[in-house]
Ligand binder design. Sequence first.
Ligand code: SAM
Length: 237
Amino acid sequence: MGVAEAVSGRLYGIGVGPGDPELMTLKAARIIREAPVVAYPAAGAGESRAREIAAAFIPSGRTEIVIRLDMRPGETPAHTYDVAAAEIASHLAEDRDVALLCEGDPLFYGSFAYLYERLAERFSCTVVPGVTSLSACAASSGRPLAQRDEILAVLPATLSEDQLERQLRTADAAAIMKVGRHFSRVKALLTQLGLAGTAHYVADATRADEVSLPLTQCSSSDAPYFSMILVRREARA
Ligand SMILES: C[S@@+](CC[C@H](N)C(=O)[O-])C[C@H]1O[C@@H](n2cnc3c(N)ncnc32)[C@H](O)[C@@H]1O
């Protein structure tokens, strides 16, 4: 999408995977090593998980752009993306490639999309796919996400109770993302629907601090932002 009219740098949206640096693709590692400018999001004033994953591949002395985001849904103002897009654009306009790091896959619920839509019509862009948290959590749970003709629903926990319930009643399997402070509410709904017994909870998949448990064994009332609940009905005959 989008071809630059004048000579300019290329924007790379790089999926760095869910946490374990060994799950980065060879292509991601090469582009990060070569790009003169590396940009990445960070939650609030904290460290950037995307940068942390890719750290071993970023040569010292590279220009780095930190994009400070509010991870609460809808809380990052458009202005933040406008400012970040303008800073990235200034490098691209001077013929410097920019590697924009994205946790997981750039186009799977990634904030990358907000920058992509601001830059892709003016500059050449390449998206490098990454291992999603969905695949990482399934691997950690040791169970298929879905098989045969089953329908898998991907549901943000930020949906209303009614929306979640409606989707969970019809899907054969579901991945509930963005669990965080919605953990208790989601667990109660799954219990009410008779789905808690087969649900699996995964936090920080593929990282050293990964937690992976049947949902019924989770005693906490809260969960970290980087967590997911996988639900699967009993396999149909
Ligand atoms: C904004 S979405 C980003 C998804 C990411 N682009 C991907 O491809 O997986 C953030 C949500 O992804 C899930 N997530 C991301 N990384 C995770 C991990 N390592 N373990 C568990 N869940 C994760 C969580 O549900 C989190 O709330």
